[in-house]
Design a protein around this ligand. Structure first.
Ligand SMILES: *Cc1c(COP(=O)(O)O)cnc(C)c1O
Length: 414
């Protein structure tokens, strides 16, 4: 834990980001129609649209974490119970489990990054009330595990916060288990101002007493933060302006990952209903997603060819989307530890932002009490995520992938 910079964080904020890791989805102008429409219309159709998409009931919440806490409670999570999930995930998941009062139990991932059925069978006890599937990077999960859990009357929570556009067994991720979770946070597949959804059978949702509504001013604050971040990205991708920024001594402060600050205590979230204004913004964005998802997957396809060469020459593997998968990150896996730090530094100098996800939860001091020490060859020190989402086009993604190749070439010459 000592050498924080080297082990857990991508390099200090690059001074000039031309290639941000997250998509720029809403411009101020394009959002305007949503806003005018919702001032008159009190009711949006977001819940209805999602109900149709999953063929189940939907409870819209103030955050994905709130939806997860609700799902856990409905699964019987409380002190004395246990919940199994992967530690290769963001702290939101363990925080939600802790908020429910249940004890977290970590299980390994298989090579394809799905939760290991074998290891879940090793970890299950009579106290296990739920298993959370997290679709790391947007990948699919093991259907056999879901069948097994059903037979054992263990609840399956299909957390699709990272995988909203991945399809498996004829349904979008989120629709697989007893409960599904969606998140509309900035770093998620439908990157928006925040918000969440709980997916479940209607009769099950009816058991939740009506949640209090979040405050309109919270929505405004989230909207402002989102627009600030979007504007910053737009500014930073303009060379001339970023030169001025540098001269003025202003540094970009894009906090792109929770890894930048290790949590000191678990977060607890309020359990609130989503405000109609938030609904309207997300509904508007959902209508534009098909295009974004298509452009993103074309960009992944472009990178695929270049990384085929990188794999052959230097052993750098790209995580390839399988049938039905819509990846939330373009992630490469280096053969050796340490390379991702060097490569991140190299890319940062060229304005290419990178992201290291995830720092395993059992290595964060706060969550160490729940660690069961194993994970010999977990990939976490060797994975690096690269920008690939719109507004980046195929030319830019090609440049990014080729820059990684150039890095590897230089490195291997030495
Ligand atoms: C982000 C995330 C959440 C929580 O969503 P928020 O809307 O940020 O509260 C839950 N689970 C996973 C896997 C996530 O990545």
């Amino acid at each position: 834990m000592k050498d924080k910079n080297k082990n857990f964080h991508y390099p200090e904020n690059p001074k000039q980001i031309k290639f941000p890791i997250y998509a720029r989805q809403l411009s101020g102008r394009s959002l305007f129609p949503a806003f005018t429409h919702l001032i008159s219309a009190k009711k949006t159709r977001l819940a209805e649209k999602l109900e149709k998409r999953y063929g189940k009931g939907i409870e819209l919440t103030s955050s994905g974490s709130a939806a997860l806490v609700l799902a856990l409670k409905l699964s019987g999570a409380e002190p004395g119970k246990e919940v199994i999930f992967s530690s290769f995930s963001c702290p939101n998941v363990i925080d939600a489990v802790l908020q429910s009062g249940a004890s977290p139990v970590f299980a390994n991932l298989d090579d394809d990054l799905s939760l290991s059925f074998e290891d879940v069978k090793n970890k299950v006890t009579e106290r296990t009330c739920a298993v959370i599937l997290t679709h790391v990077y947007g990948r699919k999960e093991n259907m056999n595990l879901i069948e097994w859990a059903k037979a054992k009357r263990i609840h399956v929570i299909d957390d699709a916060a990272q995988a909203m556009f991945t399809k498996q067994a004829g349904t979008f991720a989120g629709g697989l288990g007893d409960f599904g979770i969606l998140s509309f946070g900035m770093s998620k597949p439908l990157g928006s101002i925040g918000g969440g959804a709980l997916i479940a059978r209607k009769d099950v949702l009816d058991k939740i007493s009506r949640l209090p509504m979040e405050q309109r001013k919270q929505v405004n604050a989230d909207y402002d933060a989102y627009m600030r971040q979007q504007r910053m990205q737009a500014l930073m991708s303009s060379k001339a302006l970023s030169f001025l920024f540098r001269k003025a001594g202003v540094r970009t402060s894009l906090k792109t990952s929770k890894l930048e600050v290790l949590p000191k205590k678990p977060a607890t979230v309020p359990l609130l209903r989503m405000h109609p204004v938030r609904q309207a913004i997300i509904e508007y964005q959902l209508s534009k997603m098909e295009r974004l998802v298509k452009d993103s997957s074309r960009n992944l396809e472009t990178a695929r060819y270049i990384f085929a060469e990188a794999e052959e020459l230097y052993g750098i593997k790209m995580i390839q989307p399988q049938e039905g998968e819509s990846l939330n990150y373009l992630t490469i896996v280096f053969p050796h530890e340490g390379e991702r730090y060097d490569c991140s530094v190299y890319l940062a100098a060229k304005g290419i932002q990178t992201c290291w996800n995830y720092l395993p939860l059992h290595l964060i001091p706060l969550y160490q009490p729940y660690s069961q020490l194993e994970d010999g060859n977990s990939p976490w020190k060797r994975v690096l995520s690269l920008p690939f989402k719109p507004p980046l086009g195929t030319e830019q993604v090609k440049y990014i992938a080729e820059t990684v190749l150039t890095y590897a070439k230089q490195k291997n010459k030495k």
